[in-house]
Write a protein that binds this ligand. Structure first.
Ligand code: AMP
Ligand code: GLY
Length: 422
């Protein structure tokens, strides 16, 4: 397994629960992952070293957590070396890597999404913004570590965002091309799928909480919590998403000569006109994976292998009826200036049959577990319903001693980020 965050801990932990658990090596892993895998000190971006290791150890299957190695062509390189790696090629990963490519593919194949246009010149962007009828969202084309999307209330905000990206270059090359999109209203939903390029297995849904503070206040983060499944979805909605969005996008990528394999994450807005695509990611979400995977039953490793070798329709997976609520414990100063180094205690008391503690940014220093990053731990509570899952998650989170910890108290409470913003 490639990666070393909370999502990767959940993936490795879940693989270790398989009916025939594999022997797992993690590069680089983290102290939590080390409970279920052998961690090896290789960067997730050091493709040559990863290939050398996989060949030396005769690794059967490599699972990649984060998007950056996928965009850098890790799957292409592994495949060329005769190794099986789960996930899309670099060309297919452009679905996440370029918002302009994604939007053009969606429009060409008539897949539901907001209106959007791509600009590299500020003058043209300005003319478009001034003439546009409603609020807009300005997005850097490339990956910007969560800083590339500006949701604007009015034209003045959109102009300022476009100017910062195109004229001042504050986001660097990824922001020198922008997508200006109509701002959609509704509730957000993340829907996951696993595909071998032909068959699609719908891999559950989750709702992320992106803002730092309760009530969807404060700055955007990588995600402060998630719940799965999402209660109260309209009857047939997930089937509609599969029919109108998942099947057509996999088909579209095939037609474009970029066949897609692996996990696909559709970020959707549930608008009055039906579900529309906000973005695709080419991997599991973090912290969505920590809410999804504890509910998965059956052989995860077999299903992932089938996404590489084909025959996904033969996978035997099912879902526990329990609800999962995941709460992120973040360092003081996160997201702008996270302070590392706080000593973490109480993790053993926190974990139990209804509570899982996944390490995100932790390290061992002089034999003590310390915070080493922005998002430090994620705690998943499981219960018969959302209330029970929340109670289990917060009971566990409150047993962890972490000076200056930031966490949201309202994970799963509000139905709609859009409502909370209004
Ligand atoms: P993205 O990385 O494209 O998913 O954007 C990050 C967040 O910005 C999303 O989760 C939404 O909350 C918001 N967002 C993105 N695009 C739109 C849009 N067209 N309308 C409203 N909100 C959006
Ligand atoms: N939690 C959002 C993401 O993983 O992209």
């Amino acid at each position: 397994m490639v990666g070393g965050g909370g999502r990767e801990h959940a993936i490795a932990w879940r693989l270790a629960q398989d009916p025939e658990p594999p022997e797992i090596f993690a590069a680089p892993g983290n102290p939590g992952i080390a409970q279920v895998a052998t961690c090896i000190p290789l960067s997730s971006m050091d493709v040559d070293a990863l290939i050398g290791f996989a060949q030396g150890q005769r690794i059967d299957l490599t699972v990649i957590g984060p998007e950056l190695p996928l965009l850098a062509g890790l799957v292409d390189r592994f495949t060329a070396a005769g190794l099986a790696a789960v996930g899309p090629t670099a060309a297919a990963a452009e679905l996440e890597g370029s918002k302009a490519f994604c939007k053009s593919l969606l429009r060409t194949h008539a897949i539901p999404t907001g209106e959007g246009r791509v600009f590299t010149e500020f003058d043209k962007a300005r003319a478009h913004i001034v003439a546009a009828p409603g609020p807009m969202v300005v997005k850097a084309d490339g990956l910007c570590a969560g800083k590339g999307v500006v949701v604007c209330d009015d034209a003045a905000e959109a102009l300022a965002a476009a100017e910062r990206m195109l004229v001042h270059g504050v986001l660097g090359p990824p922001g020198r091309r922008i997508l200006i999109e109509e701002r959609l209203q509704g509730e957000e939903l993340s829907v996951f799928a696993l595909t071998d390029g032909e068959a699609i297995y719908r891999f559950g849904e989750a709702r992320d909480h992106k803002r730092l503070l309760d009530g969807d206040k404060g700055p955007n983060t990588g995600g402060m919590g998630a719940v799965s499944p999402v209660a109260g979805l309209p009857e047939g909605l997930l089937e509609q998403v599969e029919r109108e969005i998942l099947v057509p996008i996999i088909h579209a990528l095939k037609v474009e000569g970029r066949p897609y394999r692996g996990i696909l994450y559709a970020g959707l807005m549930l608008t009055p006109g039906g579900p529309k695509v906000l973005e695709f990611n080419v991997r599991f979400g973090d912290p969505e994976a920590q809410a999804l995977l504890p509910r998965l039953e059956g052989s995860f490793g077999d299903a992932l292998a089938r996404s590489v070798h084909g025959g996904l329709e033969g996978a035997t997976l099912s879902w526990s009826p329990r609800t999962a609520a995941t709460v992120v414990l973040a360092s003081p100063g996160y997201p702008d200036r996270p302070q590392s180094g706080a000593v973490l205690e109480g993790l053993e008391e926190a974990a139990g049959p209804d509570a899982l503690v996944f390490h995100a940014g932790t390290a061992l220093r002089d034999g003590r577990l310390v915070a080493a990053g922005g998002r430090v731990l994620t705690v998943t509570g499981l219960g018969k319903d959302l209330e029970a899952a929340r109670a289990a998650a917060y009971r566990a989170a409150d047993r962890i001693r972490f000076p200056g910890v930031q966490l949201r108290r309202d994970i799963g409470l509000k139905a709609s980020p859009a409502e909370a913003r209004a």
